[in-house]
Design a protein around this ligand. Structure first.
Ligand code: PAF
Length: 284
């Protein structure tokens, strides 16, 4: 496995691979890798000839400095996992390499996909994500890039960003990986106590209940939201950030639940913010 710390090293290697006609897959991460990331690596390894993983905790996307300071880091473990998965190259830049002279004063946004969900509850977050993705994609020039759909709004935004700005990269969304009990895998889960982990199962339970109620024929979003909210309100440890049912393609709100739907939840459990979602299609 090749380890690169600068964009120049990555570019040089990628150019060599491209001259040999190899297709490059890319999985950008913030490290503290888990089974969800490993699944993204597998997707890339099976679709592309070469797989690159980046590990960089991007300060530009944290609206809360404490959240950034507490973001878990395990570089040695991450490199071991990448090695065992047969990732071809890991890009491990430091902050000065990613943002020489500091975070640049530029604002990237796609307003029509940033009117709700995490864009509102974490102001500045997606601007920071688009900034780092843009820089990483210029360094790596991937043919394919893989993102988990747990961060559904992020996935839609990056897909739209690449399309609009003509990045020659196919953005591929991958299904959320869950624990046996249903908790969506996330690096942030490491900060939950055992009892908080137990409470957090209510999030996927609320989503599944919402889904089954919609599938049973209920089309009123207010009713479904109330049913789901009752599940989350049953725990005093859960503080709701948002609970929304939207058109999964446009992120617009709906009067009736028809078409491609996104059920999305964000909660605080203790100091940890967790997000999860389900998509489903209901025939018009
Ligand atoms: O989803 C993440 O881990 C991050 O937002 C990403 C895409 C690696 C950008 O820093």
């Amino acid at each position: 496995m090749i380890l690169c710390k600068t964009p120049e090293e990555v570019s040089l290697q990628v150019r060599k691979w491209k001259l040999e006609g190899k297709k490059v897959g890319f999985v950008p991460t913030m490290g503290f890798l888990h089974e969800g990331h490993a699944t993204l690596f597998d997707k890339s390894l099976s679709k592309a000839d070469k797989t690159i993983v980046s590990i960089f905790v991007n300060p530009a996307q944290f609206n809360d400095p404490e959240d950034y300071a507490k973001y878990p880091i395990n570089t040695a473990g991450d490199l071991k996992l990448c090695e065992s998965k047969k990732v071809d190259l890991v890009f491990l830049p430091d902050q000065e390499t990613m943002y020489p002279g500091g975070i640049p004063d530029v604002l990237l946004a796609i307003p029509h996909l940033m009117k709700n969900l995490c864009a509102v509850s974490r102001p500045g977050h997606f601007e920071g994500v688009l900034l780092v993705i843009s820089r990483l994609f210029h360094f790596v020039e991937p043919d394919f890039a893989f993102f988990g759909k747990k961060d559904y709004q992020q996935y839609l935004l990056i897909r739209e960003f690449c399309k609009t700005l003509a990045f020659p990269t196919e953005v591929i969304g991958c299904e959320t990986i869950r624990s046996d009990k249903g908790l969506a895998l996330s690096s942030r889960n490491a900060r939950l106590s055992e009892s908080e982990k137990e409470e957090s199962l209510l999030v996927s339970r609320a989503l599944r209940l919402g889904e089954s109620q919609i599938r049973s024929g209920i089309t009123d979003p207010v009713l479904i939201r109330d049913i789901m909210k009752d599940v989350l309100d049953s725990s005093s440890k859960i503080k709701l950030d948002y609970l929304e049912i939207l058109n999964a393609d446009t992120l617009e709100s709906l009067e009736f639940l028809k078409g491609n739907l996104l059920l999305a939840v964000a909660v605080f459990i203790g100091p940890v913010r967790l997000i999860d979602n389900i998509t489903l299609s209901v025939s018009e």
